[in-house]
Write a protein that binds this ligand. Structure first.
Ligand code: CP
Ligand code: NVA
Length: 333
């Protein structure tokens, strides 16, 4: 079950009702545990899916590819330089071409407007694999992960995002918790507060769902009682490297350390991250952060990232099961 209004597309979390969102999560859970085997015939046999990427990806691309293959579909990957899209062919023209050839289109890129236009013109379902504004398939995986690590009703889960409050993941976490009636906190310096229109969407949803929403610049206020502490990179894809100096200044007090995890007051609290993460010096990005700012890791310490309470690779695996659920719901009946 995907939104009828968007005809099988998933462009942003708020396209879904709470019931539709949780239905996808439950379907993913059953697919993960192989108790949703369907017929002997794969559910997407003979289907063709376009994967259009303006930005890099490991998890999202691989999840779409493996999910499609498991269900018998074929995929065509268009890399950031591999099509005319946005350069010498407009989005509506590209959408109408792809819609004549493919049964569904995944898009990852910069502007939300592009994925909305693809959906408007393609005539086939379109799935948002991340834009500057929203990351809905990540949210499905994250909620599945939370429910795997928390006993009891979803409405009782308390999660706290600490970091850049304006980025796609922060915005998506805010509206998702609001949609599902959860206790969601965004901890971020005032300079990086989520946009007012997103806060309004969340507050509006919370009236209906009973969600508890807290926006604060106080780490201790935000993480107290949290079952899950979530962070993301300090500079997102598409932002200039020049942002690093100001972000390090603003966000170093917000890095997730063992002390921050202790402030939850819950010994079993879990650490979450959509990945990729700068948590040590083992990558080029980690080396640069160390050379320029003397930080070993950025948004999270290696100690927390590698701790027993870290569920980041469960989240990564759950991208596969949830994206498979989206594909089956939209194309497989
Ligand atoms: N979390 C996530 O979207 O990962 P990728 O950038 O690797 O797709
Ligand atoms: N906020 C990050 C998320 C990556 C999955 C980015 O957009 O780069």
């Amino acid at each position: 079950m995907l939104s009828e209004r968007t005809r099988g597309s998933l462009l942003k979390e708020i396209d879904l009702t709470k019931a539709q969102f949780l239905h996808l999560v439950d379907r993913a859970r059953r697919l993960k545990h192989a108790d949703d085997t369907g017929n002997a015939v794969p559910r997407l046999a003979g289907r063709n899916i376009a994967l259009v990427f303006e930005k890099s990806s490991t998890r999202t691309r691989c999840a779409f590819e493996v999910a499609a293959h498991k269900e018998g579909a074929h995929v065509t990957y268009l890399d950031p330089s591999g099509s005319h899209l946005g350069k010498d062919e407009s989005v509506p023209d590209t959408a109408r071409v792809l819609g004549r050839m493919f049964d569904g289109i995944e898009f990852r890129g910069f502007s939300q407007n592009i994925v909305e236009q693809l959906a408007e013109y393609a005539g086939v379902p379109v799935w948002n694999g991340l834009t500057d504004q929203w990351h809905p398939t990540q949210m499905l995986a994250d909620i599945l992960t939370m429910t795997e690590h928390h006993d009891g009703p979803i409405e009782e889960i308390v999660y706290c995002y600490v970091g850049d409050g304006r980025n796609n993941v922060a915005r998506s976490l805010l509206v998702t918790g609001a949609l599902l009636g959860m206790d969601v906190r965004i901890v971020t310096p005032r300079e990086l507060w989520p946009p007012e229109d997103v806060v309004e969407i969340a507050e509006h949803l919370a009236i209906e769902s009973g969600a508890r929403i807290l926006l604060t610049d106080s780490v201790s206020d935000g993480v107290t009682d949290a079952d899950f502490v979530y962070t993301d990179v300090w500079v997102s894809m598409g932002e200039s490297d020049e942002q690093w100096a100001s972000r390090v200044g603003l966000l170093t007090p917000y890095r997730v350390t063992a002390s921050v995890m202790k402030l939850t007051g819950k010994p079993d609290s879990k650490f979450m991250h959509c990945l990729p993460s700068i948590h040590d010096r083992s990558t080029d990005a980690g080396q640069r952060v160390f050379a320029q700012f003397g930080l070993d890791g950025a948004e999270v310490t290696d100690e927390v990232f590698e701790s027993a309470g870290s569920v980041v690779f469960d989240q990564a695996e759950n991208r596969l099961h949830t994206i498979r659920a989206v594909l089956v719901a939209a194309l497989g009946g």
